[in-house]
Design a protein. Sequence first.
Length: 123
Amino acid sequence: MKSKVSVIIGSIFAAYVAFVAVVVLVYEPTPDDMSWEDRQSYNSQKMNELALGQNIVSVKQLLGKADFSEAKAVKETKLQVLFYRTHHEKSDGVTTKEECTPLISPCVRIVVASINLQINRER
């Protein structure tokens, strides 16, 4: 009887170890599932792969949900501005637009990606 119990417990433990190994080796977290430090590093690396004119849908698939987004109208062009966190300024527990890189897109194409871009906010 004791040998059956130890075999069952050993089998359950082996199955658990196999499951954990598969999860660790296969699971890739999405940007939305990452900690802010990991996401910030991920965003910085992946922004180097972006190209001007790239479809905004593919950008959202690559980088995940934007930290901030805005819509702007410049003359007759409607722009969407997505802000992705890419650098750390101060430890206050809050992500600000100053810690983000804006990606500007008319309709569905990226036009500008710049950390130093200043956007005039209309009030």
